[in-house]
Design a protein around this ligand. Structure first.
Ligand code: FES
Ligand code: MG
Length: 575
C-alpha cells in the first residue's frame, strides 16, 4: 500500500491550503460547487479531461465513462473534477482533425497548468485525440493515466464482417466499378459502425491507443476493451483509483515516457502493422517528453520486429478478436526480446511485472514468432532525391508487385483538381502510372489531410486494377491500403522536390532498397526550382494563420515550433 502524501506538498494546496485571501476564496467557491471541505480538502485533485461530444460517435459513451473514472477517484480518496475539452472527430471535422491536434494539446496543457490539478485522467481515442492529450499532459508533467475510448463492435453486412473505414473504401470502389448499387449501399450504412467506440480495425485510433498502452500510460489491456463492454467501465474506474495512487507517489509522466518507452511503442506499432500516422504522432509526443525520436528509429526498429497481428486493414481480424486473443499484454509477451522490460508503467513497477502471466488465446489473431505475417515491421522509411527528409510507406498494405516499380508521373497540383480530373481519359493514366498529389502537406493542405490513398481512375477499376503507386505529401487514413508513399518531406508547399515534378517524369520506387527517386537530372531540377514560387497562404488570419506560421514538417512530427521547443514555463503560483 502506497503511503498518503502530505497534503501540504500537493500542487492543489497552493490554491486551497495557504493562509490567504485566495485560498479563502477558492474554499468558498468549492462550497459553491456543493462540496464540504472534508470532501475535498487535502485530497489529490484529479482532472478528468473528457473529449466527449454529441458530434463524435467514437467518444459518445465517454460522458458515462467519466462517471466510472470519478467513482474510482472517490474510492481511492481523491477529488475528481471533469473538464470538457475539444473533441477531434475524425469523421466530421474538416478539413482534417490534424489541423486541430496541436490545439487540443495546447488546451490540455494550459488547463492542467492553470487549474488546481494534482493528476489527470485523459479520455480519448479517436485518432489525433490520443497524441494531443498525451502531448499536452507530457508538457505539464503531472501524473496521468490515459483511458482509451475502446473500439466499436465489429461491423456486419449480410453474412460479411465489416471493418469501419476499410470496408467503406472497399465498397465505395465496388460501387464505382458498378458491382453494387444504392440498395446495397443503404444496407452498408446500417452495418459499418454498429456501436459507440473507435474504428475497430488496426487503424490510426487502435494504433495510437495501443502505443499509449505500450508506453505504459494505460491500465494493462485497456486499449482493446470494446467501448460498450462492461469491462470498459471497470477499466475506467480502475484508472480513477490508480491515478490517486500515482499522485501520492508523485509518479509523473516524465518517469514513464522515456526513450526506452518510446522505442517500445515504435516496436509495438510496427509489429501490429499499425497506421502510418503513428510515425508523426509518436515523434511529436516524444518531442514533448524531451526524448529524441526520428524517422530512422522507425526504420531501424522495423527491421528487428515481425508483424504478428492479423488485423485489418492489412489482415483479417478486428479489435474484438484481438481483445479475446489476449489483447496487448498477450501481444507484447511475443516481443519481450525487443522490449525494455525494466521500465515502469502507471500500473506496475516494471513492464516485466505487467506482462507476467499474459497469454495468447488465439494464435491466428496473434501469431507466434515462427509464423509471422511479415518478417519486418509494417512501415518503411524511404529516402532519395524526391524526399530528402524522408517519406513513409506501409508496405504490408501494398500489392507486392508494386514495391519495386518505375513509371511515368501524372501530377495533380491539389486535391480538388485531382478529384475533378482523375477520370479524364486525356490524362492517359494506365496501371503503370505513378500518381502524384502535391500541396497536401502540413502547411499546404493545410493540416496534411488523409488524401494519400489517391483514387484509382474508374476505367482502371473496371479493368480490375485495385492498386497503383501513389505519392504525396499527405497522410493516409489508418484504415486505408495500397502502394501509397506518404509524408514526403519537405512538402511541396515549402519548395520540397515534390513541387518540381512534372507529368511525364519518370519516378522509381524501390521499397526493399528504401529508395524513392525522380529520374530527372540535377541541373534540370535546379532550373525548375529557380522558376518555382510558393502558392499563396490559404489562411490570412485566425488559428489557420497561426498554424501555417508554426507547423513543422512531417519528419519532425508536425508540432508547433513554439510548443515543441525546450524552455521554461512558470507554474501559475510560482510566476
Ligand atoms: Fe474515430 Fe475512426 S473515426 S476512430
Ligand atoms: Mg482514421
Amino acid at each position: 500500500m502506497v503511503g498518503v502524501r502530505d497534503p501540504g506538498s500537493l500542487r492543489s494546496h497552493q490554491w486551497y491550503g495557504t493562509d490567504g485571501l485566495r485560498s479563502f476564496s477558492h474554499r468558498a467557491r468549492t462550497r459553491q460547487l456543493g462540496y464540504l471541505p472534508e470532501e475535498h480538502l487535502g485530497k489529490p485533485v484529479i482532472a478528468v479531461l473528457n473529449t466527449w461530444s454529441d458530434i463524435n460517435p467514437c467518444h459518445v459513451h465517454l460522458r458515462e465513462r467519466a462517471q466510472a473514472v470519478k467513482r474510482g477517484v472517490w474510492q481511492a480518496g481523491g477529488f475528481p473534477l471533469e473538464f470538457p475539452v475539444s473533441t477531434l472527430s475524425e469523421t466530421f471535422q474538416k478539413p482534417t482533425p490534424m489541423l486541430y491536434r496541436n490545439m487540443l494539446a495546447m488546451e490540455t496543457e494550459e488547463l492542467l497548468r492553470s487549474y488546481p490539478v494534482d493528476g489527470a485522467v485523459l479520455l480519448g481515442g479517436c485518432d489525433k485525440s490520443t497524441p494531443a492529450l498525451l502531448m499536452g499532459a507530457a508538457s505539464v508533467d503531472l501524473p496521468a493515466v490515459f483511458v482509451p475510448a475502446g473500439p466499436m463492435l465489429p461491423g456486419h453486412w449480410r453474412d460479411q464482417v465489416l471493418g469501419s473505414g476499410t470496408d467503406m473504401w472497399k465498397y465505395w470502389d465496388d460501387r464505382r466499378a458498378g458491382l453494387i448499387g444504392d440498395a446495397e449501399l443503404a444496407e452498408l450504412e446500417n452495418g459499418l459502425a454498429r456501436s459507440p467506440g473507435t474504428c475497430m480495425t488496426m487503424g490510426t485510433a487502435s494504433t495510437l491507443t495501443a502505443a499509449a498502452e505500450a508506453l505504459g500510460v494505460t491500465m494493462p489491456g485497456a486499449s482493446s476493451i470494446p467501448a460498450v463492454d462492461s469491462g470498459h467501465d471497470r477499466m475506467a474506474a480502475a484508472s480513477g483509483r490508480r491515478i490517486v495512487g500515482l499522485v501520492h507517489r508523485d509518479l509523473r509522466l516524465s518517469r514513464i515516457l522515456t526513450r526506452p518507452a518510446y522505442e517500445d511503442a515504435v516496436a509495438t506499432v510496427l509489429a501490429l502493422g499499425g497506421s502510418t500516422n503513428a510515425v508523426i504522432h509518436l515523434i511529436a509526443m516524444a518531442g514533448r517528453s524531451g526524448v529524441p525520436l526520428a524517422l530512422d528509429d522507425f526504420d531501424r526498429i522495423a527491421r528487428t520486429v515481425p508483424v504478428l497481428a492479423d488485423l485489418r486493414p492489412g489482415g483479417q481480424y478486428l479489435m474484438e478478436d484481438f481483445h479475446f486473443a489476449g489483447g496487448l499484454p498477450a501481444f507484447l509477451s511475443r516481443l519481450t526480446d525487443v522490449l525494455h522490460l525494466d521500465r515502469p508503467t502507471v500500473a506496475h513497477d516494471s513492464l516485466r511485472e505487467q506482462l507476467a502471466g499474459a497469454r495468447v488465446h488465439n494464435t491466428e489473431v496473434i501469431r507466434p514468432r515462427s509464423r509471422p505475417l511479415a518478417d519486418e515491421g509494417g512501415v518503411a522509411v524511404l529516402r532519395g532525391n524526391l524526399c530528402p527528409d524522408g517519406a513513409v510507406i506501409k508496405h504490408i498494405a501494398a500489392e507486392p508487385h508494386l514495391l519495386r516499380h518505375t513509371g511515368p508521373a501524372v501530377v495533380f497540383d491539389d486535391y480538388r483538381t485531382m478529384q475533378r480530373t482523375i477520370n479524364d481519359p486525356g490524362l492517359g493514366i494506365t496501371a503503370d502510372t505513378v500518381l502524384v498529389l502535391r500541396n497536401a502537406g502540413p502547411k499546404g493542405g493545410p493540416g496534411m489531410p488523409e488524401y494519400g490513398m489517391l483514387p484509382i481512375p474508374d476505367h482502371l477499376l473496371k479493368e480490375g486494377v485495385r492498386d497503383m503507386v501513389r505519392i504525396s505529401d499527405a497522410r493516409m487514413s489508418g484504415t486505408s491500403y495500397g502502394t501509397c508513399v506518404l509524408h514526403v518531406a519537405p512538402e511541396s508547399y515549402v519548395g520540397g522536390p515534390l513541387a518540381l515534378v512534372r507529368t511525364g517524369d519518370t519516378i522509381s520506387l524501390d521499397v526493399p532498397a528504401r529508395s524513392l527517386r525522380l529520374d530527372v537530372p540535377d541541373d534540370e531540377l535546379e532550373r525548375r526550382r529557380a522558376a518555382w514560387s510558393p502558392p499563396p497562404a490559404k489562411y490570412e488570419r485566425g488559428y489557420g494563420a497561426l498554424y501555417g506560421e508554426q507547423i513543422t514538417q512531417a519528419d519532425t512530427g508536425c508540432d508547433f515550433a513554439f510548443l515543441s521547443r525546450p524552455g521554461a514555463v512558470p507554474d501559475p503560483y510560482a510566476g
